[in-house]
Ligand binder design. Structure first.
Ligand SMILES: Cc1cc2nc3c(=O)[nH]c(=O)nc-3n(C[C@H](O)[C@H](O)[C@H](O)COP(=O)(O)OP(=O)(O)OC[C@H]3O[C@@H](n4cnc5c(N)ncnc54)[C@H](O)[C@@H]3O)c2cc1C
Length: 305
């Protein structure tokens, strides 16, 4: 069951689940999947996924290679490495650049795919090169070629491209200082996202202030704006999202952009709640919230209930 592979603890079965621990093994598995004619998809640690109750009618692949190495300020990581292990590696080696990403769960590959970030920084700031499979052959892209934007990259645009590894350029800094920054951030994060919480972090992306209509911008209090973005949580709060629930899934009563599975929740309930929140925000503000979470096993993104 894919529910065992998602942090939401939601999702039906896959026809086949394949985990490959090396590049050659993964390439071979991918070739077999492609030539079988079956549908296939790639997942990482499942921390940002909503998998349908019906599961995935095809092959689910996971790339597990997780080596991390460095050469001076250049750090190389395979895509299956846990992002937190990479963050800790950099801190321990006195390399600045990822410490604000402490506590973001998931794999390095997915962090590149979704340009993960927190506290004003995202992984693209450090990317030198990304190695990936374009469905056919192995290629390398420099950071500009990855077309990184807020929680977006070329890998999100090209769903059949698979990140295999990344090369990052870091800056030397005292490890103690980096660890202190990371520890402070982790304390705040754990209060917001308790370790056992079945969730996906933020459900919706924040909104880029400059892209909002003037009429909406005027309604947003200055104090909620961060790094040129208006938090989705602000709009969600205005429409009464906090504490809303459908069956076993609930919006946190302290954070309007956080939905969690309290136990026994289903993808159907989760999508119904997401749909309800989107239509309330649309009705009140004329805004289209966009999910940060990624869907697996749905014929089309389930925008509403
Ligand atoms: C408690 C909590 C807090 C979070 N906080 C943050 C945060 O502060 N900032 C932030 O950015 N995110 C945050 N997230 C979201 C999540 O951690 C990130 O999206 C993470 O990068 C997902 O990694 P994953 O390995 O679990 O990917 P999955 O959830 O398994 O997959 C996510 C997407 O990545 C794709 N993918 C996975 N591996 C690859 C690969 N090798 N190549 C190409 N595509 C791939 C999948 O196809 C899927 O579409 C949070 C999540 C949780 C649960």
């Amino acid at each position: 069951m894919l529910s065992e592979r998602t942090r939401f603890g939601i999702g039906g079965p896959a026809e086949l689940y394949v985990e490959a621990a090396s590049e050659p093994a993964f390439s071979a598995a991918l070739r077999i999947a492609q030539s079988s004619g079956a549908r296939y998809c790639i997942i990482g640690a499942g921390t940002n996924l909503i998998v349908s109750d019906e599961g995935f009618d095809g092959i689910v692949l996971r790339f597990g290679a997780h080596r991390i190495s460095s050469d001076g300020t250049i750090v190389r990581a395979e895509a299956g490495a846990e992002l937190q292990v990479l963050v800790d590696y950099c801190i321990d080696h006195g390399l600045r650049g990822l410490e604000t990403m402490t506590g973001i769960p998931g794999s390095v590959g997915a962090a590149i795919y979704g340009n993960a970030g927190a506290y004003g920084h995202s992984i693209d700031e450090r990317v030198e090169r990304v190695r990936f499979l374009d469905g056919d052959s192995m290629r390398n892209f420099t950071a500009p070629e990855c077309h990184f934007r807020y929680r977006e990259s070329v890998f999100k645009d090209q769903k059949d491209w698979i990140v295999l590894g990344v090369e990052l350029r870091m800056t030397p800094a005292p490890a103690v200082e980096l660890r202190q920054t990371a520890d402070e951030i982790l304390k705040v994060r754990l209060a917001k996202y308790p370790a056992a919480m079945k969730c996906a972090g933020s459900i919706f992306k924040n909104l880029i202030l400059a892209e909002l209509p003037e009429t909406v911008r005027r309604q947003i209090p200055e104090r909620v704006i961060r790094e040129g973005k208006a938090p989705s949580a602000y709009f969600l709060e205005q429409v009464g999202a906090k504490g809303m629930h459908r069956g076993g899934v609930r919006v946190a009563d302290y954070h309007a952009n956080l939905i969690y599975n309290e136990g026994g929740g289903t993808a159907r309930e989760l999508c119904a709640l997401i749909g309800e929140l989107k239509s309330r925000v649309h009705a009140q503000f004329g805004l289209e919230l966009e999910e940060e979470v990624q869907y697996v096993g749905f014929p089309a993104p389930p925008h509403s209930a």
